[in-house]
Design a protein around this ligand. Structure first.
Ligand SMILES: [Zn+2]
Length: 54
């Protein structure tokens, strides 16, 4: 279980979720990238055509 960084809703991850996978918050619709699994950490996914650095 992760937490949406946008609206703080709880996000249920698939059992086989992997880092860098994109999940969508069902509460606010934000696209979130899984950046960590232990503990679960979610970050807002970069929107299309936006360079968010390396
Ligand atoms: Zn959300």
């Amino acid at each position: 279980m992760g937490e949406c960084p946008v609206c703080a809703a709880e996000i249920e991850l698939a059992k086989d979720a992997m880092v860098s996978e994109i999940v969508v918050c069902e509460d606010c619709g934000a696209e979130l990238e899984i950046v960590g699994l232990d503990p679960v950490k979610l970050d807002e996914a970069p929107s299309t055509e936006e360079d968010w650095g390396q």
